[in-house]
Unconditional design. Structure first.
Lengths: 146, 261
């Protein structure tokens, strides 16, 4: 009997622990174990000024993906995003970097285009807008170069 | 004068010798994994002792740690009107720091002390010498099951600690203080990534090795230095084990953080 209780309690402990670990890494850690439910899309920005990896990608305010990586290539920033599989981006969609609130985090907002063709896996968004540089704007205003 | 210098030298040599012995012990412990008896049942028993029996106290401490984080975080964040970040703050500090460290400290107090006392009593009762007489490797028979069990149990206890803590923060922040539940969870999900979880798991493995290494070492060599094998040597070894383990956990936590961050 002693053995059965020992095994039962160890088994329970392992189950609960593994469930917690799995929840932490898969749900909160966003680790991708199998193929995944998203596809990569790239966009080139002249500057990403404060955009961070894992930042949201939204369309019409709804989160549709995340920023996977940001790299520098010949003076421009190449942002790789992972977009949910069930969201199709038109070829002429526009990606712009925006800020939530005045001091909030930067995120990428994609506004849909009108084209009939969609961006494929690993494709590129051609139209991009860099973030609004608040300091530069204030500088222009203060020093009257508008 | 000469006596005084000799005393200093003797103390230094003794320290050096015990440091070296501790290193040798670590090597023997690792080598013991490959030796017989290599049975699984002792590991199971140790998982029961280190893991299952710590479950209650770890979740209890986790719930209150999470709640106090929620409380403190709320009052600091509400000054800036950014209570929405409460979930991120609670989860981040639990998963990266407090989860692994506090769970390890609880395991030290609950299991480390008992492991040390057990081995210490076996030492003063000459049971360890008896094992050696019977050509049973005491490392693989006594220490390896504890090491393996701690390596299995610590990450799981840490994960449980993290989640119970986050739930505790939810109770304090959302239920008692009225933070928006949506922004609590959203903050957690958007701020935690795999890097943070990975950091916590790596730390918990390090702490498991440290706890078992120090506790078993102190118990195994209880009274050997002095050559007197009285019960007070066991109590001294147990105290040393708990204090040294706790210090080692906190120091190595800093080192691990600076390496992983």
């Amino acid at each position: 009997m002693g053995n059965r209780r020992l095994e039962l309690s160890v088994g329970l402990f392992l189950l609960v622990g593994l469930a917690c670990l799995a929840y932490l890494s898969v749900k909160l850690g966003q680790i991708r174990l199998w193929g995944g439910s998203d596809y990569p899309v790239q966009a080139t920005f002249s500057t990403v000024n404060g955009l961070k990896i894992q930042a949201d990608v939204t369309m019409a305010g709804v989160q549709i993906g995340r920023v996977e990586s940001i790299q520098l290539k010949s003076g421009a920033a190449i942002v790789t995003m992972r977009i949910n599989k069930d969201v199709n981006l038109e070829e002429d969609a526009i990606a712009s970097i925006k800020t939530s609130g005045i001091i909030g985090d930067k995120y990428i907002a994609i506004s849909p285009g009108a084209s009939e063709t969609y961006i494929q896996r690993g494709g590129k968004i051609v139209d991009t807008q860099p973030p609004l540089d608040l300091e530069e704007l204030i500088g222009k205003f203060v020093f009257g170069k508008v | 004068m000469e006596d005084w210098i000799r005393a200093l030298g003797r103390a230094a040599l003794q320290q050096l010798a015990s440091l070296g012995r501790m290193g040798m012990f670590f090597g023997h412990m690792l080598a013991g994994i490959a030796y017989p008896p290599g049975k699984f049942r002792p590991v199971l028993k140790q998982i029961h002792f280190i893991g299952s029996k710590s479950l209650f106290v770890v979740s209890f401490v986790a719930a209150f740690t999470g709640m106090v984080l929620g409380l403190q975080g709320y009052h600091t964040l509400s000054k800036f009107g950014s209570e929405g970040w409460l979930g991120a703050g609670v989860a981040m500090s639990l998963i990266r720091e407090l989860g692994p460290v506090t769970a390890a400290l609880m395991v030290t107090g609950r299991a480390g002390s008992a492991i040390c006392a057990e081995l210490g009593i076996m030492r003063i009762d000459e049971q360890i010498d008896a094992l050696e007489c019977m050509a049973i490797n005491p490392y693989s028979y006594l220490i390896v099951p504890k090491l393996l069990a701690a390596l299995i149990a610590m990450p799981l206890l840490t994960a449980i600690f993290d989640l119970v803590g986050i739930a505790g923060g939810y109770i304090a922040g959302v239920e008692l203080l009225g933070v928006n539940p949506g922004s609590y969870w959203q903050g957690i999900e958007s701020s935690i990534d795999w890097q943070d979880v990975y950091m916590g798991i790596v730390k918990s493995f390090c702490f498991a090795v440290l706890i078992i290494w120090i506790s078993t070492y102190k118990g195994y060599y209880a009274g050997v230095d002095k050559g007197s094998f009285g019960p007070e040597e066991v109590s001294k070894a147990t105290t040393d084990a708990v204090v040294l383990s706790s210090v080692a956990i906190l120091v190595s936590d800093y080192v691990a953080t600076s390496l992983l961050i």
